[in-house]
Design a protein around this ligand. Structure first.
Ligand SMILES: C[S@@+](CC[C@H](N)C(=O)[O-])C[C@H]1O[C@@H](n2cnc3c(N)ncnc32)[C@H](O)[C@@H]1O
Length: 218
């Protein structure tokens, strides 16, 4: 189920004009290989949210070949940091190549392995934590992200409408859909978060961290 009408989606894409050739190269690769990247509309939203709070330190869970990283690396500016994580060493190496080409590599720290295990090693607090890992891992990721983002910071999570599968009856949901459903329920009821799902592309959950959570720190 497409979340945004195709005509509207095309119109929105048409509004974004001048763009970095490296970004375009990554988009073409994603298209060719059928690799899921956040795309330019969600990328822009991520950059805008990060810049709106002067984010200088961002942690990404599931960065692939660095497309979402490109947007956050622009947002944090010179001297800022984005932690890129992926379980696939080849994707990490490819990301390094693209971000070097874009002149953004000095702002990016690369980690290979399970993103949740890696985030456990970083006390934070980060200005923004972004999540795009395998969907069955979303509930565990959210518990951890809540303890790693500062008050006034954002947790941003992609695919939270999951092509509409979040509306399936529970009996039909697979592990990934259940993961996204549980994520959304927690994000909307957690006392330390103020969450909205922006129905852009596949649904982006934006949670503003509104209260301290030191007792939950793990
Ligand atoms: C949807 S793609 C990410 C795309 C990237 N955020 C972007 O928009 O350019 C998901 C990536 O996360 C990685 N991944 C999935 N689960 C992971 C996990 N638990 N830990 C680390 N990487 C993971 C996959 O290897 C894949 O490259």
């Amino acid at each position: 189920m497409p979340i945004v009408d195709e005509t509207i989606e095309e119109y929105l894409h048409g509004l974004q004009k001048s763009r970095d050739p490296v970004l375009i190269e990554m988009e073409e690769r994603a298209e060719k290989q059928g690799f899921p990247i956040i795309g330019p509309l969600v990328g822009r939203l991520c950059k805008q949210l990060a810049m709106s709070i002067n984010a200088r330190d961002v942690f990404e869970l599931g960065s692939g070949f660095g497309y979402s990283t490109w947007w956050f690396a622009h947002a944090v500016g010179e001297g800022g940091r984005v932690v890129h994580t992926d379980g696939d060493a080849k994707k990490s190496a490819d990301a390094k190549g693209y971000l070097k080409q874009a002149g953004l590599e000095p702002r990016v720290h690369f980690e290979v392995g399970d993103a949740i295990a890696i985030l456990k090693k970083y006390p934070g607090p980060f200005d923004v934590v972004f999540c795009d890992i395998d969907k069955h891992g979303y509930p565990e990721a959210l518990e951890l992200m809540r303890s790693r983002v500062r008050v006034g910071g954002y947790i941003i999570t992609d695919n939270t409408l999951w092509s509409g599968r979040v509306t399936q009856p529970a009996a039909k949901q697979n592990a990934d859909t259940k993961g996204v459903v549980k994520y959304n329920q927690t994000a909307f009821t957690a006392p330390d978060l103020l969450t909205t799902i922006v129905p852009l592309r596949d649904g982006v959950a934006v949670s503003l961290k509104i209260a301290d959570d030191s007792k939950r720190r793990r």
